[in-house]
Design a protein around this ligand. Structure first.
Ligand SMILES: C[S@@+](CC[C@H](N)C(=O)[O-])C[C@H]1O[C@@H](n2cnc3c(N)ncnc32)[C@H](O)[C@@H]1O
Length: 324
């Protein structure tokens, strides 16, 4: 376990009231928080559950699971499993179905804050970036073997980094010179060294030049988009009629996946919306309220909420009426 496994460093749970309202918690329901983090949302769900309710907690991160065990491990309503929400369907406790699923995507504040996890370009640490440090390749391992074109492709597609080719060339040049990257600050400095200098205040928001590179590599090594696709399918399958999924995304690639997933299960394919009976399309979800963003008070208090988008969908009963 890394240092700093501390529930007191918990960030404010993003869009807390909207998530609680979206999940519409019933006292004896069964809920899954697939991204426990430090348990801000989980605590809210538990407060709304009665004695007959159940809360299933998952996280890939051993530090998050350690906090879950410590804070909620003795609550008879709670079960805890370390793993990806992509695999939630393999948990036997899921067999009876769920009344709600929460996925609050991305990294937690403690993951960013602890230098040893290697997520932050601002803190020197091993170039790791894995939410589950026992699975898959670290960022350093991947960068030590990936082809230049693959690195450029990841930076472009997952980070929308316009200098993707230039950065990939520099990374590969560095390793070909016998200096494979092993520290976060090495990568951050290398990226900054090849970026064109911008006049302060000109062009895009003044963000650190390595922001997009770190984001892209993190999404890649954690297979975040593939996990999201699989997690949505699994959550959809596990929900009981009337059960709800609430998903908070932090960038457009995630939100697009969530939006399209809900639309695919809620609406007949374009062109046939008025004729669902002819296409054989049976909607299984109902979108609840579209895309929701944090309110002004939260935006002022919690900068992380700036990019958050919440979407909620409800599982339909089979054969339920379709609103035009
Ligand atoms: C934004 S934080 C969640 C914060 C949490 N809602 C709270 O109130 O403290 C995201 C968490 O999800 C975890 N995570 C991200 N992707 C995951 C996945 N595919 N499966 C399980 N956990 C995941 C991360 O390890 C991190 O702890």
């Amino acid at each position: 376990m890394t240092e700093g496994v501390d529930a007191s460093s918990a960030h404010l749970p993003v869009m807390f009231p909207q998530v609680m309202e979206g999940l519409r918690i019933v006292q004896d329901g069964t809920y899954l928080d697939g991204t426990f983090g430090r348990g801000g949302h989980a605590r809210g769900v538990l407060q709304r559950l009665g004695r007959g309710g159940r809360l299933l907690l998952m996280d890939k991160d051993p530090d998050a699971i350690a906090v879950a065990e410590r804070e909620f491990g003795t609550d008879p309503r709670v079960s805890i499993r370390r793993g990806s929400f992509a695999d939630l369907g393999t948990w036997d406790l899921m067999a009876g179905g769920l009344d709600g699923v929460l996925l609050d995507l991305g990294v937690s504040s403690p993951q960013l804050d602890v230098a040893g996890r290697g997520f932050s370009f601002g803190k020197d640490g091993p170039l790791d970036m894995r939410m589950d440090p026992d699975s898959g390749e670290s960022a350093a391992q991947w960068l030590a073997r990936a082809e230049e074109a693959q690195i450029a492709d990841v930076l472009w597609t997952l980070g929308e980094e316009r200098m993707s080719r230039r950065i990939a060339r520099a990374i590969v040049g560095h390793r070909d010179a016998g200096k494979p990257l092993s520290r976060t600050t090495e990568l951050a400095e290398l990226v900054a060294s090849v970026m064109p200098r911008r006049k302060p205040g000109k062009g895009r928001r003044d963000i650190h030049p390595a922001t997009r590179t770190f984001q892209a590599i993190r999404i890649h090594v954690n297979r975040e988009l593939a996990d999201l696709e699989a997690g949505l399918d699994a959550a959809h399958a596990a929900l009981r009629p009337g059960g709800r999924m609430a998903v908070i995304s932090f960038h457009s690639l995630e939100d697009r996946i969530v939006k399209r997933f809900i639309a695919r299960h809620a609406k007949a394919p374009a062109g046939n919306r008025r004729l669902p009976e002819h296409t054989g399309f049976v909607p299984t979800l109902r979108s609840v309220g579209g895309a929701t963003r944090a309110g002004d008070a939260e935006l002022a208090a919690n900068p992380r909420s700036r990019s958050a988008v919440l979407r909620v969908a409800e599982k339909r009963a089979q054969g339920s009426e379709v609103q035009p």
